[in-house]
Design a protein. Sequence first.
Length: 506
Amino acid sequence: MKLELRGITKRFGALVANDHIDLTIEAGEIHCLLGENGAGKSTLMNVLYGLYQAEEGEILLDDVVQHFAGPGDAMGAGIGMVHQHFMLIPVFTVAENVMLGHEETGFAGRLNLASARARVREISARFGFDVDPDALVEDLPVGVQQRVEIIKALSRDAKVLVFDEPTAVLTPQETDELMVIMKQLKAAGTSIVFITHKLREVREVADRITVIRLGKVVGEADPKASNAEMASLMVGRSVELTVQKSPAAPGAAALVVSNLSVIDARNQVVVNSVSFEVHAGEILAIAGVQGNGQTELTEALLGLQQRVSGEVTLDGRSLIGRNVRQVLNAGVGFVPEDRKEDGLVAEFTIAENLMLDRSDTTPFVRGGTLQLKYLAEFAETKIGEFDIRAQGITTHVGRLSGGNQQKVVLARELSRDLRLFVAAQPTRGLDVGSIEFVHTRIVETRDAGIPVIVVSTELDEVAALADRIAVMYRGTIVGIVPGNTPREILGLMMAGELPAGSGVAA
């Protein structure tokens, strides 16, 4: 099926998110959309999927104009979407999830699960998915859950599939398997729109690449083009894609974690007897598929978890039992994985966000009075130093792009007198230009002799930044390896395996 978007324009007030975008997806091709964070890619796909209504333009399928009032209309016309965050019910079986919203009924209105099971088996066999229709979704690995999402779309006769950042929660091996699946779908005649910020994946599968910048199509990139060429087209300037860093010169062990365990609100052990050290002047990256205890580990270090056992010392002083403010005051800088929920107050100005957690200390406050002149000077300095692009220090943080919001968080945390810097998913949702900036700051922090922990699900980021890598799987550290460990070994470790003869330190 050929898909064509003509002159699509979508506005949100004065903001033009899509500006007369033309895009053609030929039958049986993989067409990649590249662009910075906020460029308008997801908005465009939400228009295609019927979630948004465009002010101008039209959608055509095989040269027939379509009118989608909602996702149901889009699915009925043969358009499916595989979302980054899976739209599955964990306690339902695969078959139940596949038929959800399109239930077939038989005698006396009973659900026809047999038909759904047969459909799952047929599609699974056709593409080699190996998915059990009676398995509970919550028991399936994330890579298999994604296959369930694809089966859902194909069961509704999708001729066009949109993949929105589909590899965010996958191991390298699962990512490679998805690339194979996409090629199989293409060979079967399915048209694919692939949204990703990972240039390596684009080069692997793309037939054509369209680049969107500031809501407009700025050109097409050749799939054979270099990463640097594609990145330059995305951001409108040359981008340094390789992290420039000298070999680490680690000092003494500054952070020592011994037998740390965390029990969550459901009485589950989510961090299980974890031990490691971080030395002054080194970056320890904690890798793993999302949901394997990394979040709870960082929260335990910051005093955000209540049921913690074991020992954590920083420069010989215990952090266990301290609250968040006490941990921060001990010299810990923290970039949370969700900047909007945990790192910023959207309704506060840039200046106000820059003094969060220090509103009771000098020089921001003296004698109970906020020092507005000092705050303004401090904020102006940080806006320049961290290249925060805004109209001024009184701009509300909620109005900034994701990259500029992250720069506000970095500016605040890196302006402390640090003894330890913890950055959780520091470039999540950022474009290549902002990623370049964040990585540079992290390396500069290491080079200043400060121990750094980077928690990331992005293997490219881990490989670029890490001096050593600790891999987590189901709440434990599978092993700690050098920063130059091959992706294949890291991928196996992320799946809970220790490669034979790899020399991994368990």
